[in-house]
Design a protein around this ligand. Structure first.
Ligand SMILES: [Mg+2]
Length: 441
């Protein structure tokens, strides 16, 4: 007789792919600091021997050169991942994410910042994709139906407790618990508000800007965004053009992508003020908390927003404690994945600051919509003054692409984090050997 106990399913591989899109050729995505990005993904796949056909997919976003460095950082985490029981990883993603962050040698490369932290984010997000697929739910709903205590267990409170304790986090989540099912129903019906950056890239002509701005309003968006910071005269003209195109009731945000010193930011925003910009995004270095506070003080009532380059929850804590921002912009692929973004959403809720996630790039819309929807269902409980960025390109490469209708992200229905790309796209855009790239040399 056979008494062999079947061994538990394990993670058998962490595969990493370097995928790049030659977006610089159209100037899509051009801004004051990134004039010619090739939107790229350091793409991670967790494979298992569970026999259920499920894999965990996620990515770190880069703008081209350096995507190989990012891919190498992800690969460096493989020893922490390969061989681990699938069930154990998926049952405690908080412990899983902490085990990656606290590698005693790799943490020297951070700690919790830069390529190594983004690598953690990619692997943690891939594990969430796998866990949600196993649960048969999209991540927003997987999180939105999780008991408050379990959500709190996802968060690493190290270095946070002076601003947010586990007890306070639990209280925030308990407060939002009663309306969860109603809000899920409303999300399924209406979706989550979006704004579009499509009209506002720096490389576009005034004509194209005006046309795309009018189209955005016709498509149901109530907010658009313009890139600024290369030339003041051009920006005054472009913002005036945009304001004339969309009228008074549409919010226009502007985004300097860190271009300015503090005083430049203040002077520039005063010059743009007559055209009523709603927020100034990334006015200066993402590390300059006191600089953001100074800009905020000087440019009121224009709001200050930042976050897409904020390295981790500790810096978000400082921004909030210093009163340096009006709007927190989480990014799905900058910090240590879903777990750290739960921490940041809770911090923002504690300080009563709205979260308007950063997206665009490749795969960022797909992933971050889940976090915004979770915030609405289970954390802040509101979409008031909250919008998720939307840029309409590269979605065709995804199995479950982000869909925006009438200015709202539709709630994803397929299980997982929506980051999985089509096999054909992964092959064609593989760098440097995929056919799209070999044809260019
Ligand atoms: Mg931005």
């Amino acid at each position: 007789m056979s008494s062999t106990v079947p061994s538990p399913a394990r993670i058998t591989a962490l595969d990493v792919l370097d995928v790049r899109f030659p977006t610089s050729e159209q100037l899509d995505g051009s801004d004051a600091m990134n004039p010619e990005p090739d939107y790229s993904a350091a793409y991670a796949v967790l494979r298992t021997d569970a026999g259920d056909g499920l894999e965990g997919h996620a990515l770190a976003f880069t703008t081209g050169r350096g995507n190989d460095v990012q891919a190498a950082a992800i690969a460096a985490l493989a020893p922490h991942v390969v061989g681990r029981p699938v069930e154990e990883v998926c049952a405690d993603l908080g412990a899983f994410s902490r085990s990656l962050v606290h590698d005693p040698q790799l943490r020297w490369l951070g700690p919790e910042k830069g390529a190594i932290h983004m690598a953690t984010g990619a692997v943690v997000n891939a594990a969430w994709d796998l866990a949600a697929k196993r649960a048969g739910k999209p991540v927003w709903r997987f999180l939105g139906e999780m008991p408050p205590r379990e959500l709190v267990a996802q968060v690493d409170f190290r270095w946070l407790s002076d601003a947010l304790t586990p007890e306070e986090a639990l209280e925030i989540l308990h407060r939002a618990e009663p309306g969860r099912q109603d809000r899920i129903a409303r999300l399924l019906e209406r979706g989550y508000p979006a704004y579009t950056t499509t009209p506002g890239w720096l490389g576009y002509s005034d004509e194209k800007l005006a046309r795309l701005a009018r189209e955005a309003v016709a498509d149901g968006f109530t907010q658009i965004k313009l890139k600024v910071g290369a030339s003041l005269d051009d920006d005054v003209r472009r913002l005036r053009t945009a304001r004339e195109s969309v009228g008074d009731s549409i919010r226009i945000a502007v985004d300097a992508n860190q271009r300015w010193d503090v005083q430049d930011a203040i002077d520039w925003m005063r010059a743009l003020a007559p055209y009523r910009p709603y927020w100034i995004e990334e006015p200066t270095s993402p590390d300059d908390i006191l600089g953001h506070a100074a800009v905020r003080e000087a440019v009121r009532p224009i709001k200050v927003a930042t976050g897409e380059h904020i390295a981790n929850r500790v810096v978000f804590k400082q921004l909030l404690r210093a009163g340096a921002v009006d709007i927190v912009q989480i990014d799905s692929a900058r910090v240590g994945g879903v777990n750290e973004n739960i921490a940041i959403l809770l911090l923002a809720a504690k300080f009563n600051v709205p979260v308007c996630p950063h997206a665009g790039g490749v795969g960022l819309c797909e992933m971050v919509q889940h976090l915004a929807m979770f915030d609405y269902v289970a954390v802040s409980g509101t979409t008031e003054d909250r919008v998720v960025e939307y840029v309409d390109h590269l979605h065709e490469h995804f199995v479950d692409p982000a869909r925006v209708l009438d200015g709202h992200y539709r709630a994803p229905a397929l299980p997982g984090l929506s980051a999985q790309m089509l096999p054909d796209s992964l092959k064609k855009y593989a760098y440097p050997d995929g056919p799209v790239w070999t044809a260019r040399v």
